[in-house]
Design a protein around this ligand. Structure first.
Ligand SMILES: *Cc1c(COP(=O)(O)O)cnc(C)c1O
Length: 441
């Protein structure tokens, strides 16, 4: 008999963003299969995938068209390098990304994760200004938003603003300037003061995901673009979370008719199948790197599995499904339904605020003692009721696959509402469950 995966997990694994102390006591929930909007554990229990397997899945699991594209690609080749060679999938995908991206983005640089997509944009922006020379070489600073999240590598953490995740590493990071999210006047003040030293402003357009689903007021992104133009500053839009339909349009930038100088894509790019990322930029930036080899204007960066052919095949199939199934168009009534369903949730006494754009939802439960682990309680309650959700602190996040059915969506929101009520009740003073809460380190 094969060894018990839960036991092997407890013996050997170290999970991301997880306090391992206490992990073994509750779980681990071992997912073995998936189907559409559902995950299925080793015992055969089914759960609605309420966070799209961490904001990645788009059309549902085991989509026949993406499955088939991967089978066909594996019969041709699993991997070949992009360093010194090319392959058809990478080339076709680049053309198709350029075709759907905001205007002016014409070049595609691949990598493997959202963090690397951001690292690449930061390094390209920096090097671009250095190579322009003269006054431009003074542009070495970056402006980011408070509560920003751009990934976990040191460069992307430098432009991150979530103290819980990032404060420890401050001594290792480069200096950045923090702007207030959604406050165009604050961005204007910063750029008026230090604009000539700034290489780029980086933002998550419309919605800051890991910061707690912070939704910017309409017009903010547009205003940031105009301020960047005024100060000759490059704009990096990190659409790792918002891209591929999550806010209701293919890219969030479209909603304010903004074309950034860099567009960072990952998570949903392969439909949630494979690790792949892309950093798109303009011909102007690209040309800033051209020159004879001995001029050393080359972009000296590249991850070994960059542009992996299997990942590119999945990404191409993902785009095919968007077209064939008119995913964005068919998403609109589901967004309306979700908004309607959430009105009931927002009215509940346990809920302070519901923030939403498209299919990105944050249900804020307000301040609770961290030792109560309120978000975590909701996750456990939801699991009992057949849904997987993951909180950001005391904000319960819902981000279902775009392919979820109306019925499944109703069920997900109902489970979430019941779970919130049960979690808050279990944490109330005098509740028998509160005393048995697992220890928090
Ligand atoms: C998840 C995320 C990242 C990091 O992506 P990884 O693939 O986890 O490295 C970067 N930016 C945003 C906006 C994200 O949501």
């Amino acid at each position: 008999m094969p060894a018990d995966p839960a036991q092997l997990d407890q013996d050997h694994l170290w999970h991301p963003f997880t306090q391992q102390q206490g992990w073994g006591e509750e779980g681990p929930l071992v997912i073995e299969r998936a189907e559409g909007a559902h995950l299925i554990d080793v015992e055969g229990r089914r759960y609605i995938d309420g966070h799209s397997s961490l904001w990645c899945n788009v059309h549902g699991h085991r989509h026949p068209a993406i499955d088939q594209a991967l089978r066909e690609q594996i019969d041709r080749m699993a991997h070949s390098t992009m360093l010194g060679l090319s392959h058809p999938g990478a080339a076709e995908l680049a053309a198709r990304l350029v075709a759907i991206a905001p205007p002016g983005l014409s070049r595609v640089f691949y990598s493997d994760s959202g963090s690397t997509a951001v690292e690449i944009a930061l390094k390209m922006a920096f090097q671009y200004h250095q190579q322009r020379g003269g006054e431009h070489a003074r542009r070495t600073a970056f402006v980011r938003l408070r509560e920003a999240y751009h990934g976990d590598t040191i460069g992307s953490v430098s432009v991150g603003g979530i103290d819980l995740f990032h404060a420890t590493y401050r001594p290792l990071l480069f200096e950045t300037h923090a702007a207030e999210p959604g406050d165009a006047a604050d961005m204007e003040r910063i750029l008026d003061k230090i604009g000539e030293e700034v290489a780029a402003v980086i933002v998550e357009p419309l919605v800051q995901g890991a910061g707690g689903i912070i939704v910017h007021p309409p017009g903010y992104l547009r205003a940031v673009r105009e301020l960047c133009d005024r100060h000759d500053v490059l704009l990096i839009c990190d659409e790792v979370a918002t891209g591929f339909g999550r806010t209701g349009t293919m890219f969030a930038c479209e909603q304010e008719e903004v074309a950034p100088d860099f567009l960072c894509l990952a998570k949903g790019i392969t439909g949630g199948y494979m690790p792949l990322a892309a950093t798109l930029t303009t011909e102007a930036v690209y040309e800033g790197f051209l020159g004879a080899a001995e001029e050393f204007r080359t972009f000296f960066h590249g991850h070994t599995y960059t542009g992996n052919p299997l990942a590119c095949a999945a990404a191409l199939a993902n785009l095919d499904v968007f077209e064939d199934e008119r995913t964005i168009e068919r998403l609109q009534p589901k967004i309306e339904l979700l908004a309607e369903l959430l009105e009931g949730v927002a009215a509940r006494p346990e809920v302070v605020e519901v923030r939403r754009r498209g299919f990105m939802v944050g249900i804020d439960l307000g301040d609770h003692d961290p030792a109560l682990r309120m978000g975590h309680r909701v996750t456990n309650e939801a699991r009992e009721r057949g849904a997987i959700v993951r909180p950001l602190g005391n904000t319960v996040v819902l981000m279902p696959p775009l392919g979820i059915s109306a019925e499944e969506l109703r069920s997900l929101v109902a489970i979430t509402a019941d779970s919130i009520a049960a979690a808050v009740a279990s944490a109330a003073p005098g509740s028998s469950v509160a005393g048995t809460a697992p220890p928090v380190a």
